[in-house]
Design a protein around this ligand. Structure first.
Ligand code: PXG
Length: 460
């Protein structure tokens, strides 16, 4: 528990927020119309507290990131000690500092054996920018500069910088930005619930992977540089691919000499019951994107994992990689990330997810299978989803898209619980420290929220 509990003038803060603060992914007209933001003032374990002292169970670990839970003094102390010793120095121009070196070694030790190097940045978006730049640098170093095209999936989320948004497959983001990067292309996502009503899911998994092969052939394999994918698509709605999907993607990338980028921003650091989602699905990537769980969100830090295949060519060829951020490998953020990984190791959080809480969540979600609003529940590790539909048999959605999800999310909020609505999919991604009893408590709220939503929609 935190020692400092301040009292805030919540109403004044809400007004100031509306006057001066622009929020990410927000319709400000709508927000102001509803009276402004909820002010979160502190947190502990899996609970948040708002300015009125309400206790809220956080089924999203912030934004899929607070893996070790809130209130970890050890992480605050790691930052404090590092700031006193060396608050900042850069890692450009032939310098480094102990935390950046120690963290690079620690992260490389968690990655597959053919990954020995990491490049630091400050967010998942930046790490994906870095990976895209590394892809181009690699192919130029390898003497194949014509390999420039990158393939991603529809509804993927890879960040919000220009490269992040272009790599992602979020149609509304693309509409606001025009065609952001013309060498980035999108194919169908491996989303059986949406696309495989009358098809065997494993057969569908192969079909979705084949879409990548078709795109490679359409563009010309000699022009295709990389494929990027999240092991499980998070912000797209916790889309868990059939088992057949990733092995086939792997085969295709090898056959056409296409680099595979595994975006582990959500799946990494224990979320799927392994240190990385690539272990859960048997993926063997060339580049890995990490952020969020790397520091459990206590300070911003992200990293690109670089395989020997990529690093060796770049190093053999030589020449400067004209890329980096002022805060690449920030000492305090690195110190926190090291302490965060140590907590995960000491408390065996990955094992706990795999052996205890993930199987519990999978079982517990089944209670909703017969609910009139629920088309499917699914989970892997501590990523869970509940699909909301108007018609269970045909999987028809309510109109307009997102209405049912929005109503359901609001019923959660009213009950002091957080699950996120991705359109009409309710998703959860709680801290990895959540107990089975806390999972049950969250799902008890889900039961009430689903019933209330069904009533709103005239289904119950
Ligand atoms: N890749 C993946 C797979 C992500 O989920 C990013 C990259 C970008 O990370 P940064 O640190 O630049 O935000 C993400 C981030 C949501 C939501 O509403 C999801 C993310 C970020 C913000 C909101 O589900 N994912």
């Amino acid at each position: 528990m935190t020692d400092i509990i301040r009292n805030y003038d919540v109403d004044a803060l809400v007004k100031l927020d509306m006057s001066h603060h622009l929020h990410p992914f927000t319709d400000h007209k709508g927000l102001h119309g509803e009276g402004g933001s909820r002010i979160i003032t502190r947190a502990d374990g899996v609970y948040l507290y708002d300015g009125h002292g309400e206790k809220i169970i956080d089924g999203m670990a912030g934004l899929w990131c607070v893996n070790v839970g809130y209130g970890r003094k050890e992480l605050a102390e790691a930052a404090y000690r590092q700031m006193l010793e060396l608050p900042y120095y850069n890692t450009f121009f032939k310098t480094a500092h102990p935390p950046s070196i120690e963290l690079a070694e620690k992260v490389a030790g968690k990655l597959p054996a053919n990954f020995n190097r990491v490049f630091f940045s400050n967010s998942g978006s930046e790490a994906n920018d870095t990976n895209l730049r590394l892809v181009h640098h690699y192919w130029q170093s390898a003497g194949k500069p014509e390999k420039v095209n990158v393939i991603s999936r529809e509804n993927a989320y890879h960040g919000s910088t220009v490269a992040g948004a272009a790599l992602g497959g979020m149609a509304p983001m693309h509409k606001q930005g025009g065609k952001l990067i013309p060498t980035i292309h999108h194919v169908m996502q491996p989303y059986p619930f949406k696309y495989a009503l009358e098809m065997d899911p494993e057969e569908f998994g192969l079909k979705a992977a084949k879409a990548v092969e078709e795109k490679i052939l359409e563009l010309g394999p000699e022009t295709v540089a990389a494929f990027i994918g999240e092991p499980i698509q998070g912000a797209g709605g916790v889309i868990i691919p059939p088992e057949s999907y990733w092995p086939e993607i792997q085969r295709i990338c090898r056959e056409y000499d296409v680099l595979l980028i595994c975006d582990e921003v959500i799946c990494g650091f224990g979320r799927t019951g392994n240190w990385f989602g690539l272990e859960t699905f048997g993926i063997e990537p060339d580049l890995i994107t990490m952020a969020k769980g790397l520091s459990s969100g206590y300070l911003p830090i992200a990293a690109s994992g670089v395989s020997d295949k990529v690093a060796d060519i770049i190093m053999e060829k030589g020449g400067e990689f004209f890329h980096g951020y002022t805060y690449s490998g920030h000492p305090a953020a690195c110190a926190v990330a090291i302490a965060n990984i140590e907590i995960m190791e000491r408390e065996k959080l990955v094992e706990r997810v795999r052996e205890e809480t993930a199987p519990h969540l999978a079982r517990a979600l089944r209670r909703f299978d017969d609910h009139p609003l629920v088309g499917e529940t699914r989970s892997r590790g501590l990523l869970g989803a509940i699909e909301l539909v108007q018609d269970k048999a045909t999987r028809t959605r309510f109109k307009p898209d997102g209405k049912a999800g929005g109503l359901c999310r609001d019923h959660f909020v009213k009950r002091n619980a957080i699950m996120r609505a991705c359109g009409d999919v309710m998703v959860m991604s709680p801290p990895l420290t959540i107990t089975t009893a806390e999972i049950d408590a969250l799902l008890d709220v889900a039961a009430e929220a689903l019933d209330a939503t069904a009533k709103d929609l005239g289904v119950m």
